[in-house]
Design a protein around this ligand. Structure first.
Ligand SMILES: NC(=O)C1=CN([C@@H]2O[C@H](COP(=O)(O)OP(=O)(O)OC[C@H]3O[C@@H](n4cnc5c(N)ncnc54)[C@H](OP(=O)(O)O)[C@@H]3O)[C@@H](O)[C@H]2O)C=CC1
Ligand SMILES: O=C(O)C1=N[C@H](C(=O)O)C[C@H](O)C1
Length: 268
C-alpha cells in the first residue's frame, strides 16, 4: 500500500522548510502538496526549487482544501488564524491534522475542539521528545515539592518569535500546576515590571527572552531556601520538532477522532 500522503502548510516558514526537507527522506509518508497563503511568491512553484534546490515534483498551492483532499495527513506550523481554518478543512477532508502552532487563544482552542469531533488532531506546543519528557519531570518535581519552592519558567527564542510565553513554557507551567493540584490560570504571573510587590506564594512565573537565532531554551526553576532545582531543555536544531510532527502524522493514521498530544504519540 502507498504511504499516507502529507501536506505541509506554511511551506516557506522556518518549520515549513525543515519539515519539507525531512519529509523527503521519509519512508513512512509521501509529501503530496505544500500550502502557502494567497499571493505568496511561492504559489504555483515546485517547492524544491522555491527552497533553492532541485525540483521534487511537489507544488505550492493556496487551495488548502484541494491539497488536503489528496492527503491523509496535514502538518501545520503557521499562525492561530490560519490553523483554525486548516482544522475545519482537514476535518472536511478526513485528514489527520498535526498542529504545532502556538499562541492559540481560547477562541482558537474552541474551534480546534469543534473540528476534533470529526477529525484526528494531534496538538502540542512542542513536538520534541526531550521537552515532552521535561513536561513529565516537571509534574513529578512539582508534586514532590511544596509551595515553599517558587516555580519560575524562563524561556528564550529567536528575535522573530511573535508569541510569549512560548507554547512550551505554557506546557511546563501547566505541568507544574497539575503537579501541585492548582489551576495555572489562577497561579500564572507573566513579565514582571515596575513595583510588583513581593512574590505571591504558590504563583508560577513566566519570563521571556527574545534575541538572535535562539532555537528554543526552557528552564523550570524550583527556587527554595538555600537551594534551587533547575530542569532545562535546550533545542539547537528545529529538526527535533519536525521529527516529532512527522511521527505524529504516522501515529494518527486510523485513530478515532479526538484531540491527542505528543505524550500519546510518544507513549510517555
Ligand atoms: N510545536 C512545536 O514543536 C513548535 C512550534 N512552533 C510554532 O510554529 C509556528 C510557526 O513557527 P515558524 O515556522 O518559526 O514561523 P514562520 O513565521 O517562519 O512560519 C510560519 C509560516 O506560516 C505561514 N502562514 C501564516 N498564515 C498562513 C495562511 N493563512 N496560509 C498559509 N500559510 C500561512 C507564514 O506565511 P507568511 O510569511 O506569508 O505569513 C509562514 O510561511 C509558531 O506558532 C511557532 O511558535 C515552532 C517550532 C516548534
Ligand atoms: O517559535 C518557535 O521557534 C518555537 N515555538 C514553540 C514554542 O512556542 O514553545 C516551540 C519551540 O520552542 C520553538
Amino acid at each position: 500500500m502507498d504511504q499516507p500522503g502529507l501536506v505541509v502548510t506554511g511551506a516557506s516558514g522556518r518549520m515549513g522548510q525543515t519539515l519539507i526537507r525531512l519529509a523527503q527522506g521519509s519512508d513512512k509518508l509521501r509529501l503530496v502538496a505544500c500550502v502557502e497563503r494567497a499571493g505568496h511568491p511561492w504559489i504555483g512553484r515546485d517547492v524544491g526549487e522555491a527552497m533553492g534546490g532541485a525540483p521534487i515534483g511537489v507544488k505550492v498551492t493556496d487551495d488548502a482544501l484541494e491539497a488536503f483532499a489528496k492527503a491523509q495527513a496535514v502538518i501545520d506550523f503557521t499562525a492561530p488564524a490560519a490553523t483554525v481554518e486548516f482544522a475545519a478543512l482537514a476535518a472536511q477532508a478526513r485528514a489527520v491534522h498535526v498542529i504545532g502552532t502556538t499562541g492559540l487563544e481560547p477562541q482558537h482552542l474552541a474551534r480546534i475542539e469543534a473540528a476534533a469531533r470529526h477529525a484526528t488532531i494531534i496538538r502540542a506546543g512542542n513536538m520534541s521528545l526531550g521537552v515532552n519528557l521535561l513536561v513529565r519531570l516537571t509534574k513529578k518535581v512539582a508534586a514532590a515539592l511544596d509551595a515553599d519552592w517558587d516555580v519560575e519558567i524562563v524561556e528564550a527564542h529567536h528575535r522573530m518569535k511573535v508569541d510569549a510565553p512560548s507554547g512550551t513554557a505554557l506546557m511546563l507551567g501547566q505541568a507544574a500546576a497539575e503537579g501541585r493540584g492548582i489551576s495555572l490560570d489562577d497561579a500564572r504571573v507573566s513579565g514582571r515590571d515596575g513595583i510588583t510587590g513581593a512574590r505571591a506564594r504558590g504563583s508560577i512565573g513566566f519570563s521571556a527572552i527574545r534575541g538572535g537565532d535562539i532555537v528554543g531554551e526552557h528552564d523550570v526553576i524550583f527556587a527554595g531556601e538555600g537551594e534551587r532545582v533547575i530542569l532545562r531543555h535546550v533545542a539547537t536544531d528545529r529538526a527535533i520538532f519536525a521529527r516529532g510532527a512527522l511521527r505524529a502524522a504516522v501515529w494518527g493514521q486510523g485513530r478515532k477522532p479526538g484531540q491527542y498530544d505528543m505524550t500519546d504519540v510518544l507513549g510517555i
